[in-house]
Ligand binder design. Sequence first.
Ligand code: GSH
Length: 326
Amino acid sequence: MGLLVDGEWKDQWYDTKKSGGKFVRSDAGFRNWITTDGSAGPTGEGGFKAEVGRYHLYISHACPWANRAAIFRTLKGLEDAIDVSVVHHFMAEDGWTFELEEGATGDKINGFPFMRDVYTAAKPDYTGRVTVPVLWDKERQTIVSNESSEIIRMFNSAFDGIGDNSVDYYPADLQPEIDAINERVYHTVNNGVYKCGFATTSEAYEEAFQPLFESLDWLEDLLSTRRYLAGAQITEADWRLFTTLIRFDPVYVGHFKCNRNRIVDMPNLWNHTLELYQWPGVAETINMRHIKRHYYASHETINPTRIVPLGPNLDYSAPHDRARFD
Ligand SMILES: N[C@@H](CCC(=O)N[C@@H](CS)C(=O)NCC(=O)O)C(=O)O
């Protein structure tokens, strides 16, 4: 695990000394937007027009943020328009690598050995963490964005006429509700599990643990009254929650100590997870082998033996009960 400083790779674990043992996630460094006509988006510069075959998505199957982007590519029918490279599950002193294994593809576009090479190709003096997902522009040879919440919005709305625009996961009338749910879910659940897992003091861990389970209780209640988080229609808010929930019982309960209870013990959240897992094309984006091996083997400070647990034995293809709201 490391980061780039002025384009030089430094192998170092997250520094929690300055924050009293708390994990503080850094902001993504590339924040441009692909738009239908190439005009600038809410941040960054313009010149990234939606076009078939121009962009490439770099992901890890292990990573919940990258998984969002992979899911939106599928949901929006962009498989033929945007190809994907998948990194090796193991992330250690060299960060993400393009070593080959089952489920990894190597770097299909640039042929680089390491993910950090993609960052320095875009910006030779880049300073920051080398994260996935990354959306790469083959034409301008640069990174459009490495912020998943923005990549999924681009996939949702910039490729009209290219992908499947029959479904909108961020419809105008539901945006205030979606934004409010996202805000709480991001801080306490998506990032909350990391705050528990990467804490280096009990105080920091406990400070993240309480809001995580309070939010899961709130979501469990919400899903007892409606099929999806924002109502009768599936939206971005559901997909953003899903990539954390699918990793929760296999990884976060044990490895990140998020163990008040499992998701399988919360009937509405569990059935919601099953429904989204079984959504057409979604199961193909979930690689449990990469997920378990990545976390348990890569985080040496948390699990020095790197032993990957064999359980839990859960059936994500079991029937769900969410159609009861129809
Ligand atoms: N804000 C980013 C976060 C992405 C992120 O943190 N990805 C993790 C993998 S789950 C990563 O690549 N971490 C490498 C590192 O921090 O060095 C997003 O949502 O796209």
